[in-house]
Design a protein around this ligand. Structure first.
Ligand SMILES: Cc1ncc(COP(=O)(O)O)c(C=O)c1O
Length: 399
């Protein structure tokens, strides 16, 4: 069979390779300590489950508007309205099949063959793959490892050329946990506005921001001020596209409900692409998401607190480990320590270390190679605290 060059160019991600091997071991009955999964282990909120079941019972099983339930769109616009954002839910919000779908639609809507999209690195590799699938060239801009991969505007702005259509920012970042500061975000957006470049802001982990100093006083904030492009949308309405989802904040990864808020022209183009691809997000899943959005602020805050406590656990076990350089993540739910490979007898690369940890210690972690950062390992702390502690202790002992 002759497959397209487009698809042949994209290899399976290293995340998937680890997940597949872990699946094989699980099928053999091996108990694993899973620090690899990029998703919370807790159940979705009860109100979401009941909302979806009630919607099914009430017969909400047909196509909806392509851009989703009107009530969900206006509620999403309202959720961001305190920031001065101009969004109303009419023509400037679209509900998609997860954040992933919104992001690929944005790429397809903005990119022509030969266009460039600037993306800080390390990053979640799907962001680069989506640009290539759209026929464009992702331009990876490395952030400094010594600074914990903190996100700065200047190197991103330096990478902009007259072929650049967008900067895709993922803050809080998977895998590094970096969060771009308010000042840097303003600098980036203001300059992009001048240069007619769209800032696509993937805020899938937007709920997960931890105060980093002093570390003992960490308090999760439900909707942290200054870390979202929503704060700048009033001033730069044609420049920012905010993408997010119910997946991580409400532990609803399998529901596949994401969304985008932004300029009407871009949202209209994305909606048009959705007409020809997925149509609407699943009708009853959107009803469940709407119930979660309206009723589950406390659930969300609890969930963030759980991750904040787990983050402390990671710091306590890995913080002073002699084979690691660990910078506490400011956001998301991943630790991304660097392994001192020259001082570590457990393996010559983080790919090898991750494979050995799985086979010998039953611990699942993802090698940094999957995110363009060799010598690092990604450790998810979104799951059960006890499993996390045991997995970390095994990991620390192995190294
Ligand atoms: C940075 C980032 N953006 C988007 C997504 C996809 O979110 P969704 O499951 O809502 O499509 C993920 C999933 O891991 C992610 O890490």
């Amino acid at each position: 069979m002759r497959l397209s060059q487009r698809v042949l160019r994209e290899s399976e991600s290293a995340t998937m390779a680890v997940a597949r091997r872990a699946g094989q071991l699980r099928a053999q009955g091996v108990k694993l300590f899973d620090l690899g999964a990029g998703e919370p282990s807790m159940p979705s909120p009860q109100s979401a489950v009941e909302g979806a079941v009630a919607a099914l019972r009430a017969g909400h099983t047909r196509y909806t508007a392509v851009d989703g339930l009107a009530d969900l769109r206006t509620s999403l616009a309202a959720a961001y309205s305190g920031t001065g954002a101009p969004w109303t839910g009419e023509g400037d919000v679209t509900v998609t099949v997860g954040a992933k779908s919104a992001l690929v639609q944005a790429a397809l809507a903005l990119v022509d063959p030969g266009s460039e999209v600037v993306i800080p690195s390390p990053c979640w590799m799907t962001l680069q793959a989506q640009v290539r699938l759209a026929g464009g060239d992702p331009v990876a801009v490395p952030m400094s490892a010594a600074g914990g991969f903190e996100l700065y505007a200047a190197p991103l702005l330096d990478a902009i050329t007259d072929r650049t259509r967008a900067v895709v920012l993922n803050s809080p970042c998977n895998p590094t946990g970096a969060v771009m500061s308010q000042d840097e975000l303003r600098l980036l957006v203001a300059e992009c506005a001048d240069r007619d470049v769209v800032v696509v802001s993937d805020e899938t982990y937007g709920a997960f921001v931890y105060n980093s100093s002093p570390r003992t006083d960490d308090r999760p904030v439900a909707k942290p001020a200054g870390t979202s492009v929503a704060d700048l949308a009033g001033e730069f309405p044609d420049t920012v596209l905010l993408v997010s989802a119910f997946s991580k904040a409400y532990a609803m990864t399998g529901w596949r409900v994401g969304y985008a808020l932004g300029p009407q022209q871009l949202i209209c183009a994305m909606r048009s692409l959705q007409t020809h691809t997925t149509s609407n997000a699943t009708s009853f899943a959107m009803h469940g998401a709407l119930a979660a959005l309206k009723q589950e602020a406390a659930y969300r805050a609890d969930h963030v607190r759980h991750c904040a406590a787990n983050r402390e656990l990671v710091g306590a076990i890995l913080g002073d480990h002699p084979r690691l350089r660990y910078v506490p993540p400011r956001g998301a739910f991943y630790a991304f320590p660097r392994v001192h490979l020259n001082a570590c007898a457990y393996g010559n690369s983080t790919v090898e270390i991750a494979a050995k940890l799985l086979d010998e210690r039953q611990v699942v972690v993802v090698p940094g190679e999957a995110f363009g950062a060799p010598s690092h390992l990604r450790i998810s702390f979104a799951g059960d605290s006890d499993e996390l502690r045991q997995g970390l202790e095994r990991f620390a002992a192995a190294l």
